[in-house]
Design a protein around this ligand. Structure first.
Ligand code: PLP
Length: 499
C-alpha cells in the first residue's frame, strides 16, 4: 500500500515513510492511495481470534512494507494484559438489547489515546530502521493533558527513542499533572512551562522548525519526530477496534454476520470517528456513524449544513478532550469523499486558514450525510446522562462517553432507528472523577474535596476498583520537577540531549 498527501504535494511513499514523517511537507495528511476491501468471510474469520490477532489481520493490509512478523511484534508489545488489565483489550459491555458500549480505556492512562499510542512507538522505531536511519528518535509533545501522559507511557523504555513532554503549568488538572511528573522510564522527560497550552504548542513548533538546531541534532545522533494525532500510525490502529467490536457481537450472537450496526463516537479532532469510517469503507457492515460533540459543536453544524465555521467562541467544557474548533482529521474524510481531489482540499483548507470557514459543495454534503448523523450535548445534559445511566443501568461512564450516549438518545428520538449500536467509551469514569462525582452525588457533596479524595469516594460508593494507574498517585515519587519559561523550551531540549 502506498500513501499520498491530501494536498497533492507528495505521492507514492511507503507506510514507514508516512509514519516517520507524520505530516506531509505540503501541510497535508497522509492517506492510503487505494481502498482496502474485506469480504464478509474475512470479517467472519476475526470472530474466534484474539484482539492481537485481529489487529494483525487489519494492520497487514495498510502497512504491508512491514512483515507480518514485525507487525505481530509491534502488536504483542503494545496490547498486553499487563498494560490493559484484561484479555479483551477493548471489551464490549451490553447496556440493553440494542445498545453496547465499547470500553477503549483499559490502557495504562485510562483513556482511548492508549489504543494508538501504545503501538505507535513500536511502529515508528521499525519505520525509522527500515528506512536505514540509525539516529535515536526524539519525540517532542506539547500537551493539554491526556495526550502527553499517553505518549509518555507509550514511549517509556522503547529502545531507540526518547520523549520530552511540555505541559502548561496551570493548564492541566491535578491528576494529569501528577500522572506526568511521576512518570517512570529511563528515556522520558516531563517539563512544565510557564504559559498556556498555545505557548507550549508554539514552542514545540519553533523547535521543530529550527534548522540550525536540527543540524546540531543530527550531529549528535538524534532526529526529531512527533506523536501527533494526525500521524497515520495513530489512525490505523484505531480501525482495529471497530472490527473487534463487530466480531464480538457476532461471537455473542447479538448480530448475524452481515447485519448492520450503528457506531456512536464522542468526537474532537475527528480521529476516532474517521477510523470507523475507514472500517465502513473496508466493508464492515455499518449503517450510520453518529458524530457526538459537546458545546464546541462545529462538527454538528458542518455535518448538517456543509458549512465549516470555526469563527466562534472556544468553550471550556467538562469533556475537555473534545474542546476543539479545528478537527484536523476531517481533511482526510473530505479527501476520501471527493475521490482524492486535492485541488478542492487545498481550496477549503486555504479558506479555513484565511477566512476561518469554508463551505463544501452540495454533492459532498450529500455524500457525508448519507453516512454521518450529528448532534451535540450541553454541560447539564452530560451530567444528567451520567446520573441516569448509573441509576438506571448501574453503569458508570465518564463525561466524554456521556456526550456519546446522550447524542445517541437524540438520534433514536429523531429517526426511530433501532439498529443495534456500539457507543465508543473513550475514558474511564475515574479519569474525570470530579464531574462524574458531581453528576451522581451533587454539587454540594463534592465541595471542598480534591480529585484524589473523590477517586476514593467514587470507588467506595460505586463499588468499583480505582484503576491501578490512578491509585496512590498523590503519594508517588516526583521524578520530573523541571519548570521553564516559554522562551526556554529550546534550551531545555539542548540540555537534555547534551547538544
Ligand atoms: C481525544 C479524546 C476524544 C476525541 O477523540 P478524537 O479522535 O480527537 O475525535 C474523546 N474522548 C477522550 C477521552 C479523548 O481523550
Amino acid at each position: 500500500m502506498l500513501y499520498e498527501s491530501t494536498r497533492g504535494g507528495l505521492k507514492s511513499i511507503s507506510s514507514a515513510e508516512a509514519i516517520k514523517k507524520g505530516i506531509a511537507p505540503d501541510g497535508g495528511l497522509f492517506v492510503p492511495e487505494e481502498r482496502v476491501k474485506l469480504s464478509l468471510e474475512d470479517i467472519g474469520r476475526l470472530v474466534n481470534i484474539s484482539y492481537q490477532e485481529r489487529a494483525v489481520e487489519i494492520l497487514k493490509h495498510y502497512i504491508d512494507d512491514y512483515t507480518v512478523e514485525e507487525i505481530t511484534e509491534c502488536v504483542n508489545s503494545a496490547y498486553t494484559k499487563a498494560k490493559f488489565g484484561c484479555d479483551e483489550i477493548a471489551p464490549v459491555h451490553k447496556l440493553n438489547e440494542n445498545v453496547f458500549v465499547q470500553e477503549l480505556w483499559h490502557g495504562p492512562t485510562c483513556a482511548f489515546k492508549d489504543m494508538a499510542l501504545q503501538i505507535l512507538p513500536h511502529l515508528l522505531v521499525k519505520a525509522v530502521r527500515k528506512l536505514g536511519e540509525k539516529d535515536e528518535v526524539v519525540i517532542l509533545v506539547a500537551t493539554s493533558g491526556d495526550t502527553g501522559k499517553a505518549a509518555l507511557e507509550g514511549f517509556k523504555d522503547v529502545d531507540g527513542t526518547r520523549i520530552i513532554v511540555f505541559f502548561p503549568n496551570n493548564g492541566v488538572s491535578e491528576v494529569q499533572k501528577m500522572q506526568m511528573v511521576t512518570q517512570e522510564g529511563k528515556n522520558v522527560h516531563a517539563i512544565s512551562v510557564e504559559g498556556n497550552f498555545d505557548d507550549a504548542q508554539n514552542g514545540v513548533k519553533d523547535i521543530f522548525g529550527d534548522m540550525e538546531l536540527n543540524r546540531r541534532m543530527e550531529g549528535g545522533g538524534y532526529k526529531f519526530s512527533s506523536a501527533n494525532s494526525i500521524n497515520w500510525g495513530r489512525l490505523v490502529p484505531q480501525i482495529v477496534y471497530y472490527f473487534s467490536a463487530y466480531a464480538d457481537l457476532v461471537k455473542n450472537s447479538e448480530v448475524t454476520l452481515g447485519d448492520k450496526i450503528n457506531v456512536v463516537v464522542p468526537t474532537g479532532n475527528f480521529g476516532n470517528i474517521l477510523a470507523a469510517y475507514y472500517a465502513l469503507r473496508m466493508g464492515l457492515p455499518i449503517n450510520k456513524l453518529i458524530c457526538a460533540s459537546n458545546d464546541n459543536n462545529v462538527l454538528t453544524d458542518f455535518i448538517r449544513t456543509g458549512v465549516y465555521d470555526r469563527r466562534r467562541e472556544f468553550k471550556k467544557t467538562i469533556s475537555p478532550s473534545m474542546d476543539i474548533l479545528i478537527s484536523s482529521n476531517l481533511e482526510r474524510l473530505l479527501y476520501e469523499i471527493t475521490e482524492h481531489n486535492s485541488e478542492r482540499i487545498n481550496d477549503w483548507m486555504g479558506r479555513l486558514k484565511n477566512d476561518g470557514m469554508y463551505i463544501v459543495d452540495a454533492d459532498v454534503k450529500k455524500k457525508i450525510s448519507a453516512v454521518f448523523w450529528a448532534d451535540f450535548t450541553n454541560e447539564s445534559d452530560t451530567l444528567k446522562t451520567i446520573e441516569y445511566l448509573y441509576k438506571e443501568n448501574d453503569y458508570l461512564i465518564d463525561t466524554h462517553t456521556a456526550v456519546g450516549v446522550d447524542v445517541y438518545d437524540k438520534y433514536v428520538i429523531s429517526t426511530g432507528d433501532m439498529t443495534k449500536t456500539v457507543i465508543s467509551s473513550t475514558a474511564s469514569p475515574f479519569k474525570f472523577n470530579e464531574s462524574v462525582a458531581k453528576a451522581i452525588f451533587g454539587e454540594e457533596f463534592i465541595k471542598g474535596k480534591n480529585e484524589f479524595d473523590l477517586l476514593e469516594i467514587l470507588s467506595e460508593k460505586c463499588r468499583l476498583p480505582v484503576p491501578d494507574s490512578l491509585k496512590g498517585l498523590e503519594t508517588r515519587e516526583i521524578r520530573h520537577n523541571a519548570n521553564c519559561d516559554k522562551t526556554e523550551m529550546k534550551s531545555q531540549v539542548e540540555k537534555i540531549l547534551g547538544i
